[in-house]
Structure formats: structure tokens, C-alpha cells
Design a binder for this molecule. Structure first.
Ligand code: NA7
Length: 614
């Protein structure tokens, strides 16, 4: 179709009759004409004048969601600017040629396969696995972009993920609530600086409801198998249903699979025994003798929550941990009222926390004054333990922050109570009436709480995920979980992860991480809607390059200073983001099409040539 024939047809047509192809042709013709620059022929100038009338109609049409520019991306904005200029400017050409240079520049960078920007948007079918924090975050991003063909599979009966599963006494988040929340749904009335787990679960439940996700979530439905088939994913659930979708997004969380210790005789225990993330509230702890096994964040929070509630508490410590002393004040009514009524206050405080936490995160990823400062605070905190023997027993053998730093203003106070005991002798076995340590002592208890952590490397398992050419996730991850930019996998087109391998952790807010990742994934899906590609997966080369970069940066991090923890992967390297968390926003700012294997719709095929090869 030539530009002139489109022009003639447009002049004859009403706005309502405009076909998407006409609009596309129109844009292309404007481009062709303005491409002549300041030396445009007189004939072209005359045509441009006549054109303005039709362009005005086109602007009207663009306000029609059917036409597909309801959510203009960067390149669309350039198109819109060209048209606005054409309708209004008296001296159009210099501005137009600048805009065109920009447009061509974008295409050359491989960031804009955008000939389809004016055709009707495609409607993707999207499946999200998991209705935890990150799944909700992704679903809301999609909803806000007008994507409604959306199913969230959740094997449990409620939203909230880890905040639904964990209900143990003393549970709080170790990231300040005013930053551990969605930037687009800030809660003005958090109860505490580090709010209790139930309040956080209720927050995510309310957000899911407020953004209309309830109808999209299939509770009690586990995805057991998902397989890529040419252009789409076939998703099979535990209920026997099969669904086909264009995009599959795993939001299955990091700390999901409880890690049970191998302790002889555990199954012979006559009292109650359960993992911290499966707390049995039918078992009353008041007045009882409770054993807590494990001294990670969970064990420490449990000691604070149980001390004074249970009759006697024993903490079985295999390794001592560093504890950063952070008080957890309750917010006043005045503070909450201010947050409700002062516009911009919540946003400013959110950004303030982000700034501070990203500043402090520097301590994790490179040696220097920040690392020394955090270390000094932990050591000073330890000195508050009065009994030198107890202090010695609580002194870790590694650098502060090598393991995930424990944030607690109350642990050392709790562990010094008369009704709380620290046991540092190893566990030999469990007998029907208690725990026997290697020195032969029987610690008689009524309840054993296993605060022994999670398998943080399981990710989507045990789901059976099969990518292109029948390659399974197990095969792809034979050497450990590896992703491109934390979110995608070579050989698994149109598949994304939230909080995937190497997502920033280390006392940084995972809500902020999930928001960044969701924005990036949405960008890909928006490009699919605009027909820039049918399927996309990162190239193996780009993925290897990214992982090599991470490995090269790891020695600078505090996690590589010699300790074991759930941060360390099977190859002995930390599976964390080795740069400042702000770097995630930079790296996920915009998809690099050149780093991906793309299949493109036939009509865009010629533009695919503009994408630089690896
Ligand atoms: P963590 O941080 O993985 O801590 C698990 C703890 O359990 C840790 O102290 C382990 O000792 C201990 N553990 C594990 N197995 C045993 C056995 N067999 N015997 C004794 N002690 C054992 O899990 P958390 O749940 O506390 O925290 C996970 C994350 O949740 C946390 O980082 C926050 O992000 C929230 P070890 O230190 O390995 O000697």
C-alpha cells in the first residue's frame, strides 16, 4: 500500500471508518515525507498542509482504545509528537527531522521494532504462578496496563505467599514497613516500623482485592506441568485442567520450601513438632517447655515472641549470628493521621527509605566505611550481653552480613532472661520426651519448633517446566539456577520469573525488587501486544555474559568473605545480586532486543533485520 493511496482514502473516510492499516500507512507516509528534511520539495509542503486535516482525525482515533495507543510507549510518544506537530506547527520541518533522527536512532539501537505501533493491540493470555507478594505485584501491573486475560494459580487458599504461610509468634518483616510495601499502594497506618506478619498478610490481601484480582485467582490450584509449544505455553494444573497462554510468569517465591533437619529420632518425639512456617496454633505454648532449633532471623524472632509467653524456652544454636540492633517502635496516631492527610508524605518517606537502604547496601557489595559502620554497630550490640560466657557463645565466627543480617532490638534482652536458655552443644538425637545433645544431656521439652530455614534454591520446583526442544528446567539448571537479568531463561520463550535467581536480597525490600522486575516483564508483554515479536527468550550468550559479570563482581561482596548460609549456591558462590539494588532498575530499564532470540510476526519480518546480532 503506498502512502498516497492511504492519504486519498483517509480524506474520503470518516474517523470511524479508519482501519488500523490506514493509520499505520499514514504514519509511514508522514515519516517518508518528513524524512526529506528542510529541503522538502514544494509539492511535499503542499501535501503536508492538506494532511493536517486528516491527522487531526487520526489523533481523535488514537483516543479510541481499539486502535491501540491507549498506553503509548516511548516510541509511540515520538509518533504522537510528530502528528501533534504536523497539526499545529507553522515551521514544522526542523522539529520533525529531529524527531525522525531520534526514531531512527532508536531503531538502530535495536530498541524499537515499532512499525506495528498503530495497529490494534493484541490481547495476551497470561498465567501467573503464585499469589504471593510478587505474583500480586505482577498481576496489578498487567491489570493497570489493560491486560485482563489473566489467571493467577495459587495452590493455597489465600493470597500473601510467605506472609500467609508464616504465622509464628514474634513474626515481623525485617525491612521497614514504609518501604516493604508497593509504591503504588502505600498504607498510611502501618502499626510499627517493622510490622507484624499478620498485618503484612492483610495488607497484601487488601491490595489484591482493591485492584480487582480476586476473580483472576484460582485458589487450591497448583501448576504441576508447563510446556512451551511453538508460540504459547500449555499449563496443566493439579485439578487436571489445561490452559494455553501466551506468557507464563513464575512468582513462586524464594523462601517457600521448608528445610527439615535430619535429626535422628525426630519422628519419635511424643510432643508437638513443626516447622516455623507451619506453626500449629492448636498447640498452646503458654506455660510449656519449648525448644527452638535454629538461629536465623526466624529463630531470633521466635525467641523474642516466645520469651515470657512459654514456660521455658531453649534455643539450640549451631552457629552464632550477628544481630543489628534496630528498635521497632509503634507508630503514633498522629503519625498515621499525617500519613493519611499530607499529600506526598508517604511517597517522600518511601523514597527516603529507598535512598538509605541503597546507601547501606553498599556495605554488602564493596568493602569500605559502610561495611565497617554496620560491623561496629553489631559488635557494640553484642557487648550489651553482660555474661562473658554467654557473650562468647553468641559471638559469630564470620564477618557481620556474610549471612543475612539479623535485625532485632530485643534478641539479646530476651536471651538473657532467666526463662530462656542458649544451648550450644550439638543435637545428637531426639527422644520421645525431648532433645538429647552430644554431651548426653536430655533437654525435656513439650514442643519443638524447627526454625531451620528454607530451600532457597528450589524456585519453581517441583513444577515440571519444559522449554523449547523438550529441554526441562532440571536440564537447564544442571549447574544451578541461572537466569538472564534475574527474570528470564534461554530456551524458555515468553517465560519470566519474579524474584528469580540472583534477585537482590540482603536486607533490601523485595517489594521494590518485584516492582522493578514486573515493570520489565510488562514492557516485554506490551511489545508483544504491539506485534514487535511473537516469542522472545534471552540468548545463551547474553545469559552467560551476565552470569560471568556477576561472578566477577562476587569477590567484592561480604557474602564471599567465608561463611555458609542459604545465600550460597551449589557451586559455592553466593546467589545474590552483587551490585547495589539500584543497579537492577538500570539493567531492567528497557529490554535489549539484541540480547534475545526473537520470532517476529511475518509483517514485521523486515524490521527484525535491524536487530543487531550477537
Ligand atoms: P535460616 O536463616 O536459613 O536459618 C536456619 C537456622 O537453622 C540456622 O541457624 C541453621 O544453623 C539452623 N539449622 C539448620 N539445620 C539445623 C540442624 N540440623 N541442627 C541445628 N540447627 C540447624 O532460616 P530462617 O528461617 O531463620 O530465615 C530465613 C529467611 O527468612 C531470613 O533470612 C529472612 O529473610 C526471612 P547454621 O547457621 O546453618 O549452623
Amino acid at each position: 500500500m503506498t502512502g498516497v493511496s492511504v492519504f486519498e482514502r483517509l480524506l474520503a473516510a470518516s474517523v470511524d471508518e479508519m482501519a488500523a492499516e490506514d493509520l499505520e500507512g499514514l504514519v509511514n507516509m508522514v515519516v517518508a515525507m518528513f524524512g526529506a528534511g528542510p529541503r522538502a520539495a514544494a509539492a511535499q509542503r503542499a501535501a503536508i498542509e492538506a494532511f493536517k486535516r486528516a491527522l487531526a482525525g487520526m489523533l481523535l482515533a488514537w483516543s479510541n482504545p481499539q486502535v491501540g495507543l491507549d498506553n503509548p510507549g516511548r516510541t509511540n510518544k515520538v509518533n504522537v509528537q510528530i502528528v501533534i506537530w504536523a497539526v499545529s506547527s507553522d515551521d514544522p520541518e526542523p522539529a520533525a527531522s529531529t524527531l525522525m533522527d531520534k526514531r531512527i536512532g532508536d531503531a538502530e539501537m535495536g530498541s524499537a521494532l515499532d512499525v506495528g505501533t498503530t495497529t490494534p493491540l493484541r490481547s495476551p493470555r497470561v498465567a501467573i504462578i503464585g499469589a504471593g507478594m510478587s505474583g500480586i505485584c505482577m498481576a496489578i501491573a498487567l491489570r493497570r496496563a489493560g491486560i485482563t486475560d489473566l489467571t493467577i494459580y495459587e495452590k493455597a487458599d489465600g493470597v500473601g505467599g510467605t506472609w500467609r504461610a508464616n504465622t509464628y509468634p514474634g513474626l515481623t518483616c525485617d525491612v521497614p514497613s514504609r518501604f516493604y510495601q508497593f509504591s503504588f499502594a502505600r498504607k498510611p497506618d502501618w502499626s510499627h516500623m517493622f510490622s507484624p506478619g499478620a498485618e503484612i498478610r492483610d495488607y497484601f490481601t487488601a491490595v489484591a482485592h482493591d485492584f480487582g484480582l480476586s476473580e483472576s485467582i484460582r485458589f487450591g490450584t497448583e501448576v504441576v506441568h508447563a510446556e512451551f509449544a511453538e508460540t504459547h505455553w500449555r499449563v496443566c494444573t493439579s485439578n487436571g485442567d489445561t490452559e494455553e497462554v501466551d506468557f507464563l510468569i513464575a512468582a513462586t517465591g524464594i523462601l517457600h520450601h521448608p528445610r527439615y533437619p535430619r535429626i535422628a529420632g525426630l519422628d519419635t518425639f511424643a510432643g508437638a513438632v513443626f516447622h516455623s512456617s507451619r506453626w500449629d496454633h492448636d498447640v498452646a505454648v503458654a506455660g510449656k517447655r519449648v525448644a527452638v532449633v535454629g538461629t536465623g532471623s526466624t529463630g531470633v524472632q521466635l525467641i523474642c515472641g516466645l520469651a515470657g509467653q512459654a514456660g521455658h524456652v531453649e534455643l539450640f544454636q549451631r552457629s552464632a549470628q550477628w544481630v543489628f540492633p534496630f528498635p521497632n517502635p509503634a507508630y503514633s496516631r498522629l503519625g498515621k493521621a499525617l500519613h493519611r492527610s499530607v499529600p506526598g508524605l508517604g511517597a517522600a518517606i518511601y523514597r527516603g527509605y529507598r535512598f538509605v537502604l541503597e546507601l547501606v547496601a553498599g556495605a554488602l557489595v564493596k568493602p569500605g566505611w559502610r561495611r565497617r559502620m554496620v560491623s561496629a554497630a553489631c559488635r557494640a550490640n553484642l557487648r550489651t550481653v553482660r555474661d562473658p560466657h554467654l557473650r562468647q557463645a553468641l559471638t559469630p565466627d564470620h564477618q557481620p552480613m556474610c549471612r543475612r543480617l539479623i535485625i532485632s532490638g530485643g534478641f539479646y534482652r530476651a536471651i538473657q532472661r532467666r526463662d530462656v536458655e542458649l544451648v550450644t552443644v550439638g543435637i545428637d538425637h531426639v527422644a520421645p520426651d525431648g532433645i538429647v545433645t552430644t554431651d548426653g544431656r536430655l533437654h525435656e521439652v513439650d514442643v519443638i519448633a524447627l526454625a531451620t530455614g528454607f530451600d532457597a534454591h528450589a524456585f519453581m520446583r517441583p513444577m515440571n517446566l519444559i522449554g523449547e526442544h523438550g529441554v526441562t528446567l532440571e536440564e537447564a539448571w544442571r549447574d544451578g539456577p541461572r537466569a538472564h537479568l534475574t527474570v528470564s531463561l534461554p530456551g524458555f520463550p515468553n517465560f519470566f520469573m519474579l524474584l528469580g535467581p540472583h534477585s537482590p536480597v540482603g536486607n533490601y525490600s523485595l517489594t521494590a525488587t518485584a516492582e522493578t522486575q514486573a515493570g520489565y516483564i510488562l514492557d516485554w508483554i506490551q511489545r508483544w501486544r504491539r506485534r514487535q515479536f511473537d516469542t522472545a527468550a534471552p540468548t545463551q550468550a547474553a545469559t552467560d555474559r551476565f552470569n560471568a559479570e556477576m561472578r566477577a563482581a562476587m569477590p567484592n561482596t561480604v557474602w564471599a568473605t567465608g561463611c555458609t548460609s542459604w545465600y550460597i549456591g551449589q557451586d559455592g558462590n553466593p546467589e545474590l545480586w552483587p551490585w547495589n539494588p539500584s543497579q537492577l532498575r538500570v539493567r531492567l530499564g528497557q529490554p535489549k532486543l539484541g540480547d534475545h532470540d526473537l520470532t517476529v510476526p511475518t509483517r514485521n519480518h523486515h524490521l527484525a533485520q535491524t536487530v543487531p546480532d550477537e
